[in-house]
Design a protein around this ligand. Structure first.
Ligand code: AMP
Ligand code: MG
Length: 490
């Protein structure tokens, strides 16, 4: 008789541990602390299969996703890193996250598998190492929405409820997120290395990161400088993508900026409704450091911290190293602008370039800001054949802009139909609207009803598909609703 017992091989786990080979200063052993009642409430089937994992087998192993039992082949560690938090340098490390290993996919790619909220680690300081259900579901939802929007991001494989409570503003249900990332190496990981003053460790980290994310550069004439430039280019592209959909990260500390170019750490993030560069949702960001309009500037500031940490690798003479670093960092603005302008042209159905384009785009944005127009829905309306709905578009200033824009579109060789198609591919019909996100998290947290988040996830899976007209998901919250506020997911 064949043995039908399910083994770990059936699940498809193939874990490697390249990060753990780095010098000791980069990691410490950390065991997940068992929880009372592991219950799997979210499992990402599509992501599981892309990782070579069998979702049906995973579904029977909630204990893998709390760490009550380690997944086969796991070597649990907490990663060390530092970071500038709201501009202030601090030594941090994974205080509530444990890296289990790197899953090698059938295609030979490598992805970190990390538990977020599995109990205290040597880096926990005063914290409990735990997470609450709401914020973990929020990360799952928004990261998957970002992925569907075509924006590089860490992914979410699972959420488990622990059966325990965590104490924050009150008692909340505890949960653990299983996060998947190209790596968890951050600007702050390099800052940690630099802060120790151990140059061989810094070099080992750089070699490891290049091997992982930019292997082609190992052959470059100046691999470390080329690597710095590649990270800058990825961030310029990433932040432009955020701006183009109105995503506000909320806590762009240097420990929350991944060198892979993936969006990481979904704490107080949210999408902007009406266009205003000063938009801030995070309750702790009182000075608007991480406001929508400030994100490109902050990204450049963070990259300057990376360059500083890498100085000893850039040139033997410090003055030369600083000159090279400065030159690279200064290029960020131009790279960002190029990505942003390209993206904006696509949002407006423009295939070619005219000198006046940027002025035309800025005029539209200025009008949107003045009239508190909804960012997503304005572009969505422009992508429709006719601007049907509201009085909003009857405005004289807008009509003048609209005629200019239509003239501009007739000056290119592509037809208006092709132009509209381009726009529809770049202007999402749905984004995670703040009130819909809250509604989904509340149903799950307060009523144990996960159907609302599942429905929302389904809608967010095809954000550019406008055959699905879903006004419920497309309308912003009432303008007389209280201002939306988000909180750090701690
Ligand atoms: P974050 O704001 O999530 O990026 O976290 C910033 C730092 O605080 C990281 O070093 C986290 O590991 C740590 N941290 C956040 N929440 C907790 C917690 N509940 N227990 C221990 N450490 C935490
Ligand atoms: Mg963080």
């Amino acid at each position: 008789m064949t043995d039908l017992k399910i083994t770990s091989a059936d699940a498809g786990w193939r874990l490697a541990h390249s990060y753990a080979q780095l010098p000791q200063i980069f990691h410490l052993a950390a065991e997940p602390v068992a929880v009372s009642e592991p219950r799997l409430v979210m499992l990402n089937g599509a992501l599981a299969s892309s990782l070579g994992l069998n979702a049906e087998v995973l579904a029977n192993h909630a204990e893998w996703f709390t760490g009550n039992r380690l997944i086969p082949g796991a070597q649990p560690i907490a990663q060390a890193y530092a970071g500038h938090q709201f501009g202030h340098f601090t030594k941090l490390g994974d205080g509530r996250a444990i890296l289990l290993g790197e899953q090698i996919t059938p295609q030979g790619e490598r992805f970190d598998v990390q538990l977020k909220g599995p109990g205290r680690t040597p880096f926990s300081r005063g914290g409990d190492g735990r997470a609450a259900l709401g914020p973990m579901l929020r990360e799952y939802l928004i990261s998957e929405a970002m992925h569907a929007l075509g924006i590089p991001t860490t992914r979410s494989l699972a959420v488990t409820i622990t059966g325990e409570t965590v104490f924050r503003q009150g008692h909340l249900r505890g949960a653990i997120l299983t996060r998947v990332a190209s790596s968890h190496i951050r600007v702050g990981t390099f800052q940690w290395a630099a802060a120790t003053g151990d140059q061989s460790a810094l070099k080992a980290l750089a070699d490891h990161t290049i091997q992982r994310h930019d292997a082609a550069l190992l052959e470059a004439e100046k691999p470390y400088l080329s690597f710095l430039e590649a990270v800058i280019e990825r961030q310029a592209a990433l932040i432009a993508k955020w701006q183009l959909v109105g995503f506000i990260h909320g806590v762009m500390n240097t420990d929350n900026m991944a060198l892979s170019g993936e969006t990481i750490d979904y704490g107080p993030c949210a999408f902007m409704d009406s266009y205003d560069p000063a938009t801030v949702f995070s309750s702790i960001d009182r000075n608007g450091r991480y406001a929508y309009g400030n994100q490109p500037h902050i990204a450049q500031w963070n990259l300057a911290r990376l360059a500083e940490a890498m100085l000893p690798l850039l040139h033997d003479e410090e003055a030369q190293a600083i000159a090279l670093a400065n030159e690279s960092i200064h290029r960020f603005q131009e790279l960002y602008q190029k990505h942003w302008l390209t993206g904006m042209r696509s949002k407006l159905g423009l295939f070619d370039e005219e000198e006046n384009d940027e002025f035309m785009i800025q005029s539209l944005l200025a009008w949107m800001q003045k009239t508190r127009a909804d960012f997503t829905n304005t572009f969505r309306a422009l992508s429709s054949e006719s601007l049907n709905d509201s009085d909003h578009f009857g405005d004289v200033e807008f009509q003048a802009w609209h005629s200019e824009w239509n003239l501009r579109r007739t000056r290119q060789t592509q037809s208006l139909t092709e132009s509209a198609e381009l726009m529809r591919a770049h202007n999402p019909a749905v984004i995670p609207r703040n009130h819909k996100v809250e509604e989904a998290l509340e149903a799950a947290s307060d009523k144990d009803d996960f159907s609302v988040i599942q429905r929302l996830l389904k809608v967010l899976e095809s954000p550019y598909d406008r055959t699905l007209d879903q006004p419920e998901y497309q309308t912003p919250a009432d303008s007389d609703a209280p201002a939306y506020q988000t909180f750090c997911g701690t």
